[in-house]
Design a protein around this ligand. Structure first.
Ligand SMILES: C[S@@+](CC[C@H](N)C(=O)[O-])C[C@H]1O[C@@H](n2cnc3c(N)ncnc32)[C@H](O)[C@@H]1O
Length: 536
């Protein structure tokens, strides 16, 4: 069809009904908006259930911008997000900017843009169907709309190619080019450093570390990353920055920090021989390397070897999930809830902290923390078992993430407090698990592990064994009619009986870099292991 996407849309609208076609035009069907919510959900998850200051979105039809806003609103309604919505910035091309024009004119909705011209096809939408809704989001979030030139878009493509090795679509590059626009910089909550400088620094350093470039002076120039400029990209554009470019921009009046130099801990210039990881993260220098320590030997009665231990454990908890709370209640004679609250308070959990509950299961520890940490997003639960998480979701309004302690999907230094209740017997390697806990804790952050230990006296041990192996399984079979909780209880006892001694756990905690490590024992049965990540 000759003309723009709007002309095509009109043609479809005019004939779809007559032809019996389903009109898939932007926002004329509900599904794409729901799909675009994924961007908002992923952003929320990757920012650990908080929102960014600014959200800069290349806006054509605007489904993505509206989808992200919808995702954030829904997460807030679920109390998974506490922070306010970010300021939304709609970025359009100067040659087709109906939203920007309406924004500047303070109009309620957009009017069609005549003669739309831009290389960014996704932004060549002269009459966005949801113009009114896009403007409403911008107003509600104290956002803005800006237009960027074709040259700025091309320059930003060049920046991305140079710093990240990605030849981005012009629409994505438009968002990057908007980072240099001064009123976007001003509207950032972080006022000290312009966001584009953070961006450039961050990508320059992680990319260089990832490819193993560890130069000692000046701005490193990774092989193959210069093609864009050398082959005629716009070399003098502010967006095509090298280190000199960053400095010269600063000299030309862009306020901000000095680009990083050697010696700065965040520097792109890592010392020779520094550890290079595939993820681009340098190894945590304070974390000693541990030798593997399994919490117990392979239990062949249940699984054949280490390779199928975790699948067995996850399936076990999946199967027993719906009975788990009842098992706990019966097993602890009703004291479990009270005990978890009490132990959290005794271990220093206080308002304003951010807590990660690893192996959250049905959320018993997370739930016990909520009276102290009621703010949305202050408590996050993690567990590998989908069944346990499903149970948790029925009555717990905190972000719940599927994952294992051995590979926590969080950045470094994020949490004030980390709990892991009755799960250290289920991990593959205590050292790896504790190392991960240490990594995600902030300096000075606190670890609390709850565990059931085999009583030291022979009589106590015999009594507990009979309780776990005979009494509880029988009570659970009679009350639930299912063999799942019975199997769980038997496995529970076997892992308790075979677990490495408490001294080994304390020793691995210390080896993993925790200080002030200690074990408190209650009633000869309940162990609380605590430790601190050293303050810097
Ligand atoms: C006995 S439940 C504890 C639940 C909860 N913490 C509590 O206090 O009731 C043990 C939990 O550990 C989880 N788990 C097993 N392997 C794990 C791993 N590698 N990383 C994290 N959690 C794990 C299980 O899925 C299960 O939900």
């Amino acid at each position: 069809i000759e003309g723009s996407i709007a002309t095509a849309g009109q043609a479809v609208a005019g004939s779809a009904a007559a032809l019996g076609w389903f009109d898939l035009s932007t926002l004329k069907e509900p599904y794409r908006l729901e799909g675009k919510k994924t961007i908002g959900l992923e952003l929320a998850e990757q920012l650990e259930w908080s929102t960014p200051d600014l959200l800069i979105y290349p806006t054509g039809g605007g489904t993505g911008l509206l989808g992200i806003a919808k995702a954030y609103e829904e997460l807030r309604a679920m109390r998974w997000l506490g922070s306010p919505l970010p300021r939304f910035v709609a970025v359009q091309a100067e040659g087709c900017a109906p939203v920007v024009r309406a924004w500047l004119e303070k109009a309620a909705t957009t009017t069609p843009w005549e003669h739309p011209v831009t290389h960014a096809a996704g932004l060549r939408v002269p009459a966005p169907f949801a113009g009114r809704q896009i403007l409403e989001v911008l107003r509600a979030t104290n956002g803005t709309a800006i237009a960027v030139s074709e040259a700025a878009i091309a320059a930003a493509q060049c920046l991305l190619a140079r710093l990240e090795g990605v030849w981005a679509a012009p629409e994505a590059a438009a968002a990057v080019s908007a980072l240099g626009v001064s009123h976007v910089q001003r509207s950032s909550r972080a006022r000290t450093t312009p966001p584009w400088l953070h961006y450039a620094e961050h990508y320059a350093s992680s990319w260089l570390v990832a490819v193993g470039r560890v130069p000692t002076t000046g701005h490193p120039e990774p092989a193959g990353a210069r093609g864009g400029t050398e082959r005629g990209g716009p070399p003098s554009s502010p967006a095509c920055l090298d280190r000199q470019g960053l400095l010269s921009l600063r000299a030309r009046g862009f306020a901000g920090q000095e680009p990083q130099v050697a010696g700065d801990p965040r520097s792109a210039v890592a010392p020779a021989g520094d550890h290079i990881s595939m993820t681009g993260q340098a190894r945590d220098e304070g974390a000693p390397v541990a030798t593997p320590t399994a919490p117990h030997p392979v239990l062949r009665k249940y699984y054949t070897g280490e390779h199928d231990r975790q699948p067995f454990v996850t399936a076990l908890f999946d199967g027993a999930a719906r009975y788990y709370d009842r098992v706990c209640q019966v097993g602890s004679l009703g004291s479990g809830r009270f005990y978890r609250r009490w132990v959290l308070a005794r271990s220093g959990l206080a308002g304003g902290m951010k807590l990660l509950d690893v192996a959250t299961g049905t959320g018993q520890v997370a739930r016990a923390a909520l009276p102290v940490l009621p703010e949305p997003g202050a408590v996050i639960g993690l567990d590998p078992s989908g069944g346990m998480l499903r149970e948790a979701r029925k009555s717990l309004s905190v972000p719940l993430v599927q994952g294992r302690v051995e590979e926590l999907p969080f950045g470094d230094d994020r949490f004030d407090f980390l709990t892991m209740g009755y799960a250290l017997r289920h991990v593959a390697d205590l050292g790896v698990a504790f190392g991960e806990c240490r990594r995600v804790l902030k300096p000075g952050g606190r670890l609390l592990l709850l565990e059931i230990s085999r009583p030291s006296s022979a009589v106590g041990s015999w009594l507990i064994r009979v309780y776990f192996q005979r009494v509880l399984p029988l009570v659970m079979r009679l009350s639930t009619g299912s063999v799942q909780p019975e199997l769980l209880m038997k496995y529970y006892w076997d892992t308790i009986a075979e677990c490495v001694p408490p001294d080994t756990i304390l020793e691995v905690l210390r080896r993993s870099g925790f200080v002030a490590v200690e074990r408190r024992v209650r009633g000869g049965l309940l162990s609380e292991y605590v430790g601190l990540k050293p303050a810097r």
